[in-house]
Design a binder for this molecule. Structure first.
Ligand SMILES: [Fe+2]
Ligand SMILES: [Fe+2]
Length: 245
């Protein structure tokens, strides 16, 4: 057998882990579907988190509030990534399990990065619109809420991973509906061009309305992934969730 025959094709990373980018028509359909989908039944922990955010930033949907929500949104993924590495340290002699743990760690990282783009985009929109942000409400408070949420995420994951994924699905469901409702409440966003500050990494859109619809659809994707993980919460059961548009 020649060397050429023994060389296997290189393994290509699974790009399906990225939430899909939608066309303008698909974005409108995604918004309609989200608005037609009833919200999940939120747990006490989720309602406490939403109530805290409402108390600090007001009940009204706003770009500033979305920036704060994005700041918090990365946290469960960071907590799961940490738990994944701890599991990997203990189970690294089992190659099959180690691969499944790494798959799940990579998924959490992709979602974390996606949330990071959301945060950067929202902060850019807030700056461009000259909206005021104070140190106490927009620096210190999100840090404290994120700190608490991070520790809740990993502790809940340690005790019952299902609950941790379910809590995140509720957070994502809330974000999905809030973005889509905000776009519906602000028709003027249809005529405001997407500044495209991060277009090379996040794509460019016909308007701020479409940019926010894309973010709303990403949140739906995150929710679907977390709900899939509710079904297979333990690392030894881990499967890469499929993506739906
Ligand atoms: Fe987000
Ligand atoms: Fe999200």
């Amino acid at each position: 057998m020649s060397i050429a025959e023994t060389v296997e094709a290189p393994v290509v990373p699974d790009e399906t882990a990225q939430p899909p980018k939608l066309s303008p028509d698909e974005l409108r359909r995604a918004q309609a579907r989200s608005l037609d989908t009833p919200r999940m039944r939120y747990s006490l922990l989720a309602r406490m988190l939403f109530r805290t955010v409402d108390l600090v930033y007001g009940r009204k949907r706003s770009l500033v509030k979305f920036a704060m929500l994005e700041f918090i949104a990365r946290v469960p993924y960071q907590a799961w990534e940490r738990m994944g590495y701890l599991a990997l340290a203990r189970r690294r002699r089992d190659a099959g399990l180690a691969r499944r743990i790494i798959d799940r760690i990579e998924d959490t990282r992709v979602q974390q990065d996606n949330e990071q783009w959301h945060l950067l985009i929202m902060e850019d929109l807030v700056r461009r619109q000259g909206l005021r942000q104070s140190f106490l409400r927009h620096r210190l408070a999100p840090w404290i809420i994120s700190f608490v949420n991070y520790h809740i995420s990993w502790m809940v994951f340690l005790v019952k991973p299902t609950l941790s994924y379910r809590l995140n699905a509720e957070f994502e469901d809330h974000a999905e509906h809030e973005y889509m409702l905000f776009v519906a409440e602000h028709p003027e966003l249809e005529h405001q061009p997407d500044p495209g500050t991060y277009a090379e990494r996040y794509g460019s859109y016909g308007s701020i309305a479409d940019l926010l619809r894309q973010i709303g659809h990403d949140e739906r994707t995150h929710k679907v992934d977390s709900l899939a993980n509710v079904q297979t919460p333990r690392f030894h059961e881990a499967r890469r969730p499929g993506r739906t548009a």
